[in-house]
Design a protein around this ligand. Structure first.
Ligand code: BGC
Length: 403
């Protein structure tokens, strides 16, 4: 087993600190390199985890951001399937901050929106920054996506991993209680990225952590990448209902059946098939930007459900999303507009990537009928999501395994 690599602030990391963590599995590897420097002078590392299949996951402790994820296609070709930047500077640029797509980031304390940036607890109103029109989004102006987490590498029977920890002080972005957050990323040898979330607090507070990677399973840097989008990806979502929203994308409180609507993804359907349909909900989201109510019938809250399956037309890559969470925000990258140029010079045009954010429902602190997001002192918030990569037996263009 590999001893934890200490994260030493203030010194430049050796660009290629390679460590063999193996024995039998020669390819398992953890590499630590320099990713960039924050305005306050803090050096930020990039960890690249390689599993026994040669799949690679790169994560920076800044924002807990998944920077790259290389998985094989149906012919064994590895390609990066997540949006992001080659260097830290990309995530710090003014253009990026204005667009604010949260590429690959850990989101906290509250993934998704809280109406009016307000909620009350025991009769006290808590006010949060409103960074999305009148509403609070993804933890505020300086959410967990903009914090430098502490990092420690790990290698065990589950795979190669990185453990990130963060202390969020009492009153951070308006939230009560000091929150200790811990997220473990694991890349298993069967090509799953496993995200384990944990948090404790010394006062009652809402918590809803999630991961905000944008996927394009046909690859984000190859020849086809520029100008491509995810509209031909086929998506299945295990949900009979979704939470319709108002103009500000706040749930109305209704759980609406997906039947006979463009939100019915119970069978594999190309994302582009109905995205331009004449539908008020699609108009409000400018495409898909909605929380789906996962079918968890018969499952305990700590059991995984298969939430979604995404299949890419050209490469045959498949991603399944499993989670302990009750909801899934499907966001079809509607606000990407070509103003950002990412890894390898690829322009991120309209709907070039999509996010599948496992979560509790948006605005739960103001919606008494939604599953509660309140964490009490003495309790531990625990959540797990797995992104499992495989391929259809032949490339998607000629055949798919389902339908
Ligand atoms: C939200 C979108 C938002 C995107 C980037 C998604 O989780 O649902 O409305 O534009 O994050 O901030």
């Amino acid at each position: 087993m590999l001893a934890a690599l200490p994260l030493v602030a203030g010194i430049a990391f050796a660009q290629e600190t390679k460590q063999d963590v193996t024995g039998m599995e020669q390819q398992r590897n953890i590499e630590q390199g320099a990713f960039g420097t924050l305005p306050d002078g803090s050096e930020v590392a990039l960890y690249t985890l390689t599993n026994a299949q040669g799949a690679r996951l790169s994560v920076t402790p800044y924002g807990g951001i998944i920077v790259a994820l290389e998985v094989p296609d149906a012919e064994g070709e590895f390609e990066d399937v997540v949006l992001g930047f080659d260097r830290l500077e990309g995530y710090l640029s003014e253009t990026y901050r204005q667009a604010n797509p949260y590429f690959g980031a850990l989101i906290g304390r509250y993934g998704n929106r809280i109406a009016g940036g307000k909620f009350s607890l025991d009769g006290k109103v808590h006010t949060l920054p409103t960074n999305d029109g009148d509403n609070h989004l993804h933890g505020g102006d300086r959410g967990f996506d903009r914090r430098l987490w502490k990092a420690e590498t790990v290698e065990d029977e589950r795979g190669v991993g990185l453990i990130l920890t963060l202390t969020s002080p009492d009153g951070d972005q308006g939230y009560p209680g000091e929150l200790q957050a811990r997220v473990r990323y694991t890349l298993s040898d069967d090509n799953a990225v496993i995200v384990d979330y944990e948090a404790t607090s010394d006062a009652t507070t809402p918590v809803n952590l999630t991961q905000h990677s944008y996927f394009n399973l046909d690859g984000v840097t190859g020849e086809r990448a520029d100008g491509d989008d995810i509209l031909d990806h086929r998506l299945t979502i295990n949900a009979d209902a979704f939470t319709p929203v108002d103009e500000g994308l706040i749930p109305t409180g209704e759980l609406r059946s997906v039947a006979q609507t463009p939100f019915d993804f119970r069978k594999p359907t190309a994302i582009g098939e109905r995205i331009e349909a004449d539908n008020t909900q699609l108009a409000r989201g400018k495409g898909y930007d909605h929380n789906f109510v996962l079918d968890r019938d018969g499952l305990d809250e700590n059991e995984l459900v298969t939430a979604a399956r995404l299949e890419a037309e050209h490469s045959g890559r498949v991603m399944e999303v499993l989670t302990t969470e009750p909801g899934l925000q499907f966001y079809s990258g509607n606000f990407l507009d070509g103003s950002l140029t990412g890894k390898g010079g690829t322009t991120y045009g309209h709907r070039f990537g999509l996010a599948l954010e496992t979560q509790h429902f948006p605005d739960s602190p103001n919606q008494p009928d939604f599953p509660s997001t309140l964490l009490q002192p003495g309790e531990t918030y625990q959540s797990q999501t797995r992104y499992v990569f495989s391929t259809n037996s032949t490339t998607g263009e000629s055949e798919t395994t389902s339908n």
